[in-house]
Design a protein around this ligand. Structure first.
Ligand code: NAD
Length: 315
């Protein structure tokens, strides 16, 4: 019997021919997620409990008990970057190798971030909807040029955002305790703040580009909102759990901040009737940061190659 590979990401379907050919040529049988949605824990266990040696995973859940249930699993290849859906400690204990596809989607996520800045500043979708409804009301906006942006997390995506903001003649400050790329700061005339509070207080835009961990969960909470300018705009294309959504609801309802525009949410999709989603100054896109032709292609090829490298001795 051939060893099996499970491929879970929905968008993988858009660029699956070459990667599946690569896997089949190496002697693997490929199992796909044809549900048209993210797999549940139970579905992963059902499909992968026997004979699956590798998984190419999107945002589908791989907590400890799922990893334990997949008896032959040796390698998990993340189709993307954020690994918060995988219990990395358990994987290590079980000897399951894990790797992500670094550098495959940073441009796409950075471009969406800039798009959400323009959306927040100029109310683009609201204006389009007004005209579609045969209205002609104009909402006054603001320019990005000259505004201050705090980039929280200066990794692959944060740096691409910082460069683009400089291109728009914004003043950019990176807050990232682990950042040590002085050459980048010099080349793009970007500042670095040692203190999170300082970066937040002076910013017109705060944009999040850090992973969610026990230390960073709810890094944006009620205290942070009380420090932010009432005209400020929060952009989150990283992970929903970075923001305390109850506190965000309060901040947006009471005018502590002006707008929040996110591509991610604590529960995706949100539950019907969610009061935060209903607020006019809360903008949410359906996790499309990496969903471009270019990123999907790069993520598919790189995650497949990473998996093949990890399973080198398997076939
Ligand atoms: P990266 O690992 O290159 O960069 C993350 C940066 O965050 C690092 O430089 C790290 O030092 C910094 N950091 C860690 N803890 C921090 C803290 N407490 N305060 C400030 N900075 C801190 O990752 P990346 O590729 O730039 O991804 C950033 C985020 O974007 C991740 O959360 C990832 O899950 C998310 N993401 C979202 C999408 C999407 O579709 N919307 C796509 C890709 C990545």
């Amino acid at each position: 019997m051939k060893p099996k590979i499970l491929i879970t990401p929905k968008s993988f379907q858009k660029y699956k021919m070459k990667p599946i050919e690569m896997l089949e040529q190496q002697g693997f049988e490929v199992l796909e997620n044809t549900t048209g949605r993210t797999f549940t824990e139970e579905e992963i266990i059902e499909v992968a409990k026997e004979g699956v040696v590798g998984i190419i995973v999107g945002v589908d859940p791989l907590p400890a008990h799922v990893l334990e249930s997949c008896a032959q699993l040796q390698a998990v290849s993340k189709y993307g970057v954020g690994m918060d859906n995988i219990d990395l400690e358990k994987a290590q204990q079980l000897g399951i190798q894990v790797q992500n596809a670094i550098g495959t989607n940073n441009i796409s996520v950075a471009e969406l971030t800039i798009g959400l800045m323009f959306e927040s500043a100029r109310k683009l979708s609201q204006s389009v909807q007004t005209v579609k409804a045969m209205g002609w009301e104009r909402v006054i906006g603001c320019e990005l040029t000259g505004k201050r942006v705090a980039v929280i997390g200066g990794g692959q995506i944060g740096k691409e955002v910082a460069k683009r903001c400089r291109g728009l003649q914004m003043t950019v400050t990176i807050y990232d305790p682990y950042f040590n790329d002085q050459a980048f700061l010099d080349e793009f005339n970007v500042q670095r703040s040692e203190h999170f509070d300082d970066a937040i207080r002076s910013a017109d835009f705060v944009t999040l580009h850090l992973p969610v961990t026990t230390a960073t969960k709810h890094i944006i909470d009620a205290k942070v909102f009380s420090d932010m300018k009432p005209t400020s705009i929060l952009i989150n294309t990283a992970r929903g759990e970075l923001v305390d959504e109850q506190a965000l609801f309060e901040a947006l309802s009471t005018g502590q901040i002006a707008v929040a525009a996110q591509d991610v949410y604590s529960q995706e999709p949100p539950v019907e009737g969610d009061p935060l989603v209903a607020l006019p100054n809360f903008i949410l896109t359906p996790h499309i940061g990496a969903f471009t032709q270019e990123s999907v292609e790069r993520m598919a090829i790189v995650s497949t190659q990473n998996l093949l490298n990890m399973l080198e001795d398997e076939v």
